[in-house]
Design a protein around this ligand. Structure first.
Ligand SMILES: [Zn+2]
Length: 180
């Protein structure tokens, strides 16, 4: 966890992010900044669908795309929309520790059994479904994945600022990743 940089005061926010949508996200969520009024979104947040996470941000501040692991590879039209039509210039890509999209293969049996017992699926189909999609949604390691995904999005959208972060489920705070 030494790759994480905590943000517990305004001074912990790097100069380049202060008074930008990225810095404001950190202030709202980590530092309880009083919500400002927005009539237009300033930020796109990509984050995991995980039920343990909730961002403390003002109304209208951000578009939020939630997906397994914060993986935006299959949400690109929505990313493009938020940029081109929504007018955002920054993306916060937020992974979290203890993510269910890590080591998916270990959940295969439970996944198949659950679909069969609860959703009425035939076992073979449930297995095929798992084997078809698990490799697409597997993220390997939460921090490496958001770093990699941020880099990929940076190449895809070179004019847009993309900042990888980690949400720790133990304290519900956002952390910056690595050296800046
Ligand atoms: Zn997750």
């Amino acid at each position: 966890m030494n790759r994480l940089r905590s943000v517990s005061t305004r001074d912990d926010i790097p100069q380049e992010y202060q008074d930008t949508p990225i810095g404001l996200l950190l202030e709202y969520h980590n530092l309880n900044r009083t919500p400002d009024n927005y009539t237009q979104a300033r930020l796109l947040v990509g984050m995991c669908m995980d039920h343990r996470k909730n961002l403390l941000i003002p109304d209208n501040f951000a578009y939020v795309i939630r997906s397994g692991g914060g993986n935006l590879r299959f949400s690109e039209f929505k990313v493009s929309y938020a940029i081109a039509v929504g007018g955002i210039n920054s993306i916060a890509l937020i992974g979290h520790n203890n993510c269910g999209m890590v080591n998916l293969i270990s959940k295969k049996e439970q996944f198949v059994k659950g679909l069969v017992q609860k959703a009425g699926w035939v076992k073979n189909r449930a297995e095929e479904h798992f084997m078809q999609f698990a490799p697409m949604f597997e993220i390997g390691n939460e921090i490496d994945f958001v770093l990699h995904e941020a880099k990929r999005l940076g190449l895809r959208y070179p004019g847009i600022q993309i900042v990888p972060m980690l949400y720790r489920v133990e304290d519900n705070l956002l952390y910056l990743i690595g050296d800046l």
